[in-house]
Design a protein. Structure first.
Length: 365
């Protein structure tokens, strides 16, 4: 393959759904259950990316000894494409996802993929499966790139062969109850990531390790788990698959605060965008450490008025209640807050093309 041109072979699926079948599937969108007609597959071997292909979405063939199945060399990303008022389609900050994908790859001793090829793969897939891009506000086409190690070898060492796959899923609300405040459980029994670990990589193992804590949160009657730092078990890090923001009202100013990046939490692209968007709305934005005790005290004192979580899949989701062993507190009366909803509206307006893209975040497909 001439990797300089990044051409992908396109083999259209022989079994594309009819317009009626597709419309049926898109009429009741949730998150992550419906997949489009095609996917991109690009193998890596002999130290280089090989000819990539866009072909029918379907099962992958994998050797049972493939090292990703045993030792977890597996990373992924998530970003979204939005229908635009002029009939076009744009993706939100896909280069940032490509760059984070490569940082994850590096951490897991996997090969990096040229960001140009990552973008080309997404653009080609979206063009071919254009009919799957939802038109409604709040809906989008979710793109899921991933890379797995495919060497059929049981020795523990980085694989020599990999597979990059990118597929797409039309998506509605991430949480079944829509944009309603979620209840969160602060995990004391489990930690997500320790210094020097893989916390800032988007690798499959981080999610596997989180599931038991998420199940515990649900047993406690909560929707999501909140992680604390592994060393002091005191500082708030992030939520299951989202970053957290805390809204303060201080002497007439609205200040939004998010835990600073310490190497153990995922540097969210929505998080990074909201830090900039907040300033456009006249809010102050801060990245700093925040303890559970401060969270409790600041709510009790009325200084902290809202809490919300953000991420690609969930966009912006209000947090209405926080629970841990020995305490529970409601936030903003368990209702959606005005700052949370203003930021959500501002972000969605840029993504759906109803507000100008002053930051240059949107990528034309
Ligand atoms: N934190 C975790 C653990 C995540 O899985 C995600 C989702 O990607 C985020 C935060 C939010 O990141 P982003 O805004 O880039 O989707
Ligand atoms: C995303 O928001 O894109 C995520 O990856 C979070 C979750 C679905 C794992």
């Amino acid at each position: 393959m001439t990797t300089s041109t990044f051409n992908l072979l396109v083999t259209p699926s022989a079994t594309i759904l009819s317009d009626a079948q597709r419309a049926e599937r898109m009429s009741k969108l949730t998150f992550g259950r419906t997949f489009t007609d095609h996917m991109v597959v690009i193998p890596y071997r002999d130290g280089t990316w090989q000819q990539g292909e866009v072909k029918a979405y379907g099962p992958l063939s994998l050797d049972p000894s493939a090292s990703s199945l045993h030792y977890g060399q597996a990373i992924f990303e998530g970003f979204k494409a939005f229908a635009q008022p002029d009939g076009g389609v744009k993706t939100f900050r896909p280069e940032a996802n490509g760059e984070r994908f490569n940082r994850s790859a590096k951490r897991l001793a996997m090969p990096e993929i040229p960001v140009e090829l990552f973008l080309k793969a997404a653009d080609e897939l979206i063009c071919l499966d254009r009919a799957w891009v939802p038109q409604n506000i709040g809906e989008s086409l979710y793109l899921r790139p991933l890379m797995i190690a495919t060497d059929p070898y049981l020795g523990v060492r980085p694989s020599n062969e990999y597979l990059f796959v990118l597929f797409a899923s039309p998506a509605g609300a991430y949480f079944p109850k829509g944009v309603k405040p979620v209840t969160v459980w602060i995990s004391e029994d489990y930690v997500r990531a320790a210094p020097g670990g893989t916390g800032e990589a988007k690798c499959a193992g981080n999610y596997a390790a989180s599931l038991v804590a998420q199940a515990q949160a649900q047993e406690k009657g909560c929707d999501q788990v909140v992680w604390l730092d592994a060393v002091h078990r005191e500082y708030i890090e992030e939520m299951g698959g989202m970053n957290l923001f805390f809204v303060y009202q201080e002497g007439g100013k609205t200040v939004i605060v998010t835990p600073e990046l310490t190497g153990t939490l995922l540097p969210g692209i929505t998080r990074r965008s909201l830090l900039e968007l907040a300033k456009d709305l006249g809010f102050e934005a801060q990245e700093r450490k925040l303890t559970v005790q401060q969270w409790r005290d600041d709510i009790a004192a009325g200084r902290m008025t809202e809490v919300f979580a953000c991420g690609t899949a969930a966009v912006i989701t209000p947090v209405g209640e926080v629970k841990a062993n020995g305490f529970e507190m409601r936030i903003n009366n368990g209702e959606n807050g005005p700052v949370t909803m203003a930021l959500r509206e501002a972000l969605l307006s840029i993504q759906h093309g109803s507000a100008p893209d002053t930051h240059g975040w949107m990528h034309t497909v």
